[in-house]
Ligand binder design. Structure first.
Ligand code: AMP
Length: 437
């Protein structure tokens, strides 16, 4: 008797498998350009992890989890996404202790959801993602959003739409839920059974409904942006402005709430805008800010931001892939001692990564000596130091962290000089290793 593959699963063979590998390697390589370290967590977790994190009002928990009792009678679930497992691992391994915050991890691996299979929707699929935990900042949010964008352009995808929204702070969200409840109560008789349940558990989830008649009703619902506090609005606008400065255009989508309960603040999604001849496979990826997730799974109350991209969906759209052999390690650590300089450094870091350098920079003000220590701990080859004097002279100081030699470089000439410095650095390394021909 022939045994078929399980519904919603697929074999990935030969050229297609190569394409998956290239996408995954490119993704992990890019995350490492931003200083994220790989993490591999188990495919199985205790079920309560997902009840507490992904949330009891989400479709994932309500309808889509592969849950079973193991032989010891424990309720086990195949992970439907990786963020919850990463948070659990941060707590189990106390990865936050004595760490330079934020702690930043990247991952790739299979997930399982009992969904209705269709184009771009499987029951076993692969996600690439990143999480940055412990130092909330609009720059950190922008960094994570820019990583997804960087990946999409690196694998040759153009015509990408980045949708963004904010779920606001707790008070904004509570007020918004009241307004949604009032609005949907008037229409709920005509809505699907899931929405009837969502009205009671979490009316935000109704905005995710895919039933065509319900989508029409959702169009008339109150908009989150009208309920955001001034601080949440300013935060969202700042993230949008930071991204704009590095050439990433975003579009506010007031109905974007994402299907997982843990999001607070900024949420985002990437869509492929060109649809001619291409199945509508939904978002290529998405993510958002989470204020309470780590605490929810037993850790300290550190905020975080994460991103997850579906490898199947990327592979479907990608026709050709750039060379994914990206280098690993930090070339330059850019020091920001004041808020004004941190603001400028974000764009500088983005520009230099575009030129092929591996860059990290700080988003919270610290003293020069503390930042130099961080750069050393991260094995950066050079530190780039920008102070008031340097700004006035339109130059930066570049310090070789091994020899402590410091040179001043005019901004106009920066890219060329940094390439020479890195080349000279590697030439020196080869000499030290006696490998020079
Ligand atoms: P989520 O974890 O729901 O935020 O999803 C993040 C990304 O994972 C989506 O944008 C998709 O690219 C991918 N994804 C989610 N569910 C599936 C699925 N059932 N099949 C394939 N890819 C999926």
């Amino acid at each position: 008797m022939e045994i078929n593959p399980v519904k919603g699963t697929h074999d990935i063979i030969a050229d297609e498998a190569n394409l998956y590998t290239m996408i995954e390697q490119t993704a992990m390589g890019i995350a490492q350009l931003y200083g994220y370290k790989e993490i591999r967590t188990p495919v199985i977790e205790h079920t309560p992890l997902f009840l507490r994190s992904v949330g009891e009002s989400s479709d994932i928990v309500n309808k889509e989890m592969y849950t079973f009792d193991d032989k010891g009678g424990r309720s086990i679930t195949l992970r439907p996404e990786l963020t919850a497992g990463v948070m659990r691992s941060i707590v189990s391994n106390k990865l936050y202790a004595n760490a330079d915050l934020p702690i930043k991890y990247c991952y790739v691996g299979p997930c399982f959801r009992y969904e209705r299979p269709q184009a771009g929707r499987y029951r076993q699929f692969n996600q690439f993602g990143v999480e940055a935990v412990g130092a909330p900042s609009c720059y950190q949010d922008a960094e994570v959003i820019s990583i997804g964008h960087h990946l999409l352009s690196s694998i040759g995808l153009r015509n990408i739409k980045v949708l963004i929204n904010s779920l606001g702070d707790e008070e904004s969200r509570a007020n918004y839920k009241v307004a949604l409840k009032e609005y949907f109560s008037k229409h709920i008789d005509k809505m699907c059974p899931d929405c009837k349940r969502r009205l009671e558990t979490n009316p935000l989830r109704i905005l995710d409904c895919k039933v065509p008649e319900d989508i029409e009703i959702v169009k008339g619902a109150p908009k989150m942006t009208d309920y955001l506090s001034d601080a949440s609005k300013a935060y969202l606008n700042k993230v949008i402005a930071i991204l704009k400065d590095i050439g990433i255009e975003t579009e506010i989508d007031t109905n974007l709430v994402r299907g997982l309960d843990y999001y607070t603040g900024v949420v985002f999604e990437y869509h492929f805008a060109k649809t001619d001849g291409i199945d509508n496979i939904g978002a290529l990826g998405g993510g958002g800010h989470y204020a309470n997730l780590l605490a929810e799974v037993g850790g300290p109350s550190y905020e975080g931001i994460g991103l997850a991209m579906g490898v199947e969906r990327l592979a479907y759209i990608v026709k050709s892939v750039v060379n994914p052999k990206l280098p690993i390690g930090i070339d330059f650590y850019i020091l920001g001692m004041t808020e004004q300089i941190i603001d400028q450094n974000f764009a500088l870091a983005d520009y230099l990564r575009g030129a092929g350098f591996i860059i990290e920079t700080n988003y919270a003000t610290k003293s020069m000596s503390s930042l130099l220590k961080t750069a050393l701990r991260k094995n950066a080859k050079f530190a780039i130091i920008i102070g008031e004097d340097e700004i006035a002279k339109k130059e930066v100081a570049v310090k070789n962290l091994k020899t402590q030699d410091q040179t001043y470089v005019k901004l106009d000439d920066l890219e060329n000089v940094l390439h020479s410095l890195i080349n000279a650095y590697y030439a020196d390394e080869m000499k030290l290793e006696g490998k020079e021909e």
